[in-house]
Design a binder for this molecule. Structure first.
Ligand SMILES: [Zn+2]
Length: 367
């Protein structure tokens, strides 16, 4: 249970209370993962520009991007790790590997722990695709999930394995979201479509198989629909996940076209790790922010959420309207300086700051 009430700025008039959904008002709850939605959790907003100095708003996605994209790779694909790393460096993007832990060090395609450690060191992520891809009958479904998590965390010390991708194929009927939810905070499982931002099923995230879909009007999973209001209203600002297996020459060309498209729309897409996006969404949907102008040179704010702090520690981007006479700003939380970028919109100045919920009051200072 996060001490969220205690971290609020004490005894002062608060300028703004911003929340995304009714979870934020649920007292005394700390979620391991959000339950499946029964309907839209909130209205899908455009970018929000707080009106008065000191007003704060939690951005729907990191850096106030319009939509989120996660690019994932299944079944270890050891022979293609170097190629993906090269593209990651070239485009400045990070990818998520979902690995079958029994294959590591035992199969050519399975790779080595050294390779997966290198991926993590380079900013990519390595998460679970079960212990045996449900192929080993000696493992029940609980074993498949639990053992894979334990093996990753043992062989990649200090690295949390809290996301899972359900295996497809002949054994896929053995997948069990309820069992998975015991161990994981995000599960890739659903259909080949875009996840509407206001009704993401975190234990069944949809993922498009083997492709980027863009510049194709009326298509079922068009990335363009995420960054413009279209007839596909519910896809605006959504989460596009895709997953790749072994890439032939033609597939590689397609991936490069997809990465180029994303780069061309870099201001609008957050290309992140699967686990980060799953954390961001759930923190955001249970978060509230309060803010207050303390003096002509200082703004205080407090961000809390209802997710279990043991598993959820990704920063949310908070946008704060600055007084007009501030040229620049710096921010600190709990004695540490935190990332703060000042941007201008229609003559107003705004700070985008990266704040981990429940880590103490943030002070924003004129610079
Ligand atoms: Zn697989």
């Amino acid at each position: 249970m996060p001490p969220y009430k205690k971290t609020l700025i004490p005894g002062i008039f608060l300028l703004l209370l911003h929340t995304f959904s009714s979870y934020a008002e649920t007292e005394n709850r700390s979620y391991h993962h959000l339950p499946e939605s029964t309907g839209p959790r909130f209205e899908i907003p455009d970018r929000i520009w707080p009106e008065n100095p000191g007003d704060a708003n939690i951005c729907l996605w990191k850096d106030d991007k319009l939509g989120a994209v996660t690019i994932t790779i299944d079944d270890n694909q050891a022979g293609q790790i170097d190629w993906w790393m090269e593209q990651g460096d070239k485009y400045g993007y990070r990818f998520t590997w979902f690995i079958i832990t029994n294959w590591v060090e035992t199969k050519g395609i399975g790779g080595t722990w050294e390779q997966f450690q290198t991926l993590i060191d380079r900013g990519h992520d390595v998460q679970s695709h079960t212990a045996s891809h449900l192929g080993d009958k000696a493992f029940d479904i609980d074993d498949e999930y639990r053992i894979s998590q334990e093996v990753i965390e043992k062989n990649l010390p200090g690295h949390p394995a809290t996301a899972l991708a359900f295996p497809g194929g002949g054994q896929s009927s053995r997948n069990d979201p309820e069992v998975a939810a015991k161990y994981f905070i995000g599960v890739r499982a659903g259909s080949s479509i875009i996840n509407p931002v206001n009704r993401i099923n975190y234990m069944g995230v949809n993922s498009v198989s083997g492709q980027f879909v863009f510049n194709k009007p009326k298509h079922w999973a068009n990335l363009d629909y995420m960054i413009e209001r279209s007839s596909q209203k519910k896809l605006y600002r959504g989460w596009y996940c895709n997953h790749f297996h072994n890439l032939n020459e033609k597939d590689r060309t397609h991936v490069l076209e997809g990465l180029t498209y994303l780069k061309e729309h870099d201001a609008d897409f957050w290309v992140g790790l699967f686990r980060e996006v799953a954390m961001y969404g759930q923190e955001r949907e249970t978060a509230e922010v309060e803010s207050k102008v303390l003096s002509p040179n200082e703004i205080a704010l407090s961000l809390s959420d209802h997710m279990d702090d043991k598993f959820y520690n990704v920063p949310l981007t908070v946008k704060v309207r600055l007084p007009d006479d501030w040229q620049s700003a710096i921010a600190g939380q709990d004695q540490n300086q935190i990332e703060c970028n000042v941007i201008t919109h229609e003559n107003g100045k705004f700070a985008l700051i990266q704040v981990v919920p429940d880590k103490g009051t943030v002070i924003l200072r004129r610079d």
